[in-house]
Design a protein around this ligand. Sequence first.
Ligand code: G3I
Ligand code: 9MR
Ligand code: ZN
Length: 541
Amino acid sequence: MSQSTSRTIALNQLGYTPEAAKVAVFRGEGREFRVVEEESGTVVFSGRTDSPKQDLPSGASVHSGDFSAVTAPGRYRLESEDGGVSAVFSVSGKPYHDLQQGLLKAFYFYRCGVELTEAYAGPWAHKACHTAEGIVHGQPELRLDSCGGWHDAGDYGKYSGPGAKAVADLLLAYELYPSAFAAPIPIPESGQGMPDVLLECKVELDWLFKMQEASTGGVYHKLTTLSFPGLDVMPEDDMAELYFSPVSATATGNVAAVMALAARIYRAFDQAYADKCLEAAVQAWGWLESHPEAGGFTNPPEISTGEYGDGEVRDERYWAAAELLRTTGEEKYHRAFLELATLPFPKYELGWGDMGGYGTIAYLLRGEATADKETYGTLKAGLLTEADKLLRQSAEDGYGISLLEEDYIWGSNMVVMNRAMLLLAAEHFSGEEHYAVCALDHLHYLLGRNVLDISYVTGFGDRPVMHPHHRPSVGDGVDLPVPGLVAGGPDRGLHDDYVAQHLQGRPAAACFADHEDSYSTNEVTIYWNSPAVFVTARFNR
Ligand code: G3I
Ligand code: 9MR
Ligand code: ZN
């Protein structure tokens, strides 16, 4: 090994199971590489990388080295002949167990309205926040209980639609991979009659009930202050008035869907709670039916917090119809679903605004026996076609993921994890494991096999994000950021001043700054964590 080493070898910094395919991505010239046992310095494997290829999104010439032959549990690093080194990683039976626990624990850290005690939050404890009533926009005399739920992100807003996506990912993860949720996280409610993941989701569901307008069933779009507080303001010091933004069709559709989904999942543990969820879903559906023309949400002029505007409102209805059908079996939801299914909106996307994929997955999970055969067949084939496209794109990518240059947008790590989720849905419906192999490649990217050799999850991996745009992490005086948070990731649009000043001309996958000012690349959100929980759970079954 030469004296001057540089970290030009990227891999999953957490490691691999003994039987997993293990492929590192190399930059630089060295073709010969070896795997060294960390403690003893023993070379346990020598190999040669494949031929270099120019990778468009990362702007780098990359080659990959396969070391799947290393199967003995231990801690290792890779070295290449030109002085390149990798992170130290492990080969072990459960390399992603702690990661899943941490990604789930993050939701506890996002909790609003309650004190985070030292027993559960360690140095990141803080007092209860946002306990005041909120003012209903347009009705200054009306104040309602707004307490609870999870903060959305690095800001303290609480947004109904994104909250519904986050809960849906967690509930679906539990539904498909229940054995991955056996261990307590732990959280204060651990042991209270259901798995921790369901106890944690109740925090958000309980808040979502409060977001539903009692008289109409419509759901307020969000609950925020008029503008964002300063970046170092702790949640309990954010004392500005809270406002319920107007009801929106997207929030109402998403909450109808997630409440119907919750009714199904919680039924086995708590009948009364399941009934309450279903009632909320039915009320929300009623609002959708009586507002067929409702369009996308835009911020009232005096409110400048996150807009989550989304002009395509049919996919939320489609998802709601699918979940209500699956939970109740009622024909009217089937009719609504089949009608919506004929309309041209994306049916395989899982974003905070594109909910079509959730509707499709719900309809397919209900099973073929009770489905409209033609619609079922079309949706299943469509989902597999989409997954096959992701497989092809991943095979061509230097780092083995499905993102094209133009996919490195604000929150690209959500795109990475959502696509892995879709691949796992394809595995579920086809029984073909190669979709899961590709999904795992997406997880490897998130944990360090990327051109920046960074783990995008705080507190995990040997080079994790350290300075997220996350107000508690900035304001709490603790050196380390709150752990378990997924950062947004590279955004080639350079959408904030910090990256616009520092990253001009960078390739798409390198448009990321681990700086607290970069909200467009280094913020964190609940709905970037949630698909990562889903994906990780698949590999912790
Ligand atoms: O969909 C288009 C795509 O077609 C186009 O090629 C691409 C080019 O940039 O843009 C894509 O749209 C982007 C959209 O996210 C995709 O979801 C927009 O440019 C981008 O500005 C937009 O960013 C959103 C951001 O708010 C600004 O509105 C993020 O998705 C969204 O996650 C983020 O959410 C914020 C909340 O408002 C406030 N709380 C924090 C949270 C995270 O930063
Ligand atoms: O902190 C805000 C972050 O949560 C949002 O995602 C982002 C985009 O809406 O805005 C951030 O707030 C910034 C504001 O938009 C502009 N001035 C600087 C703020 C960050 O301190
Ligand atoms: Zn709060």
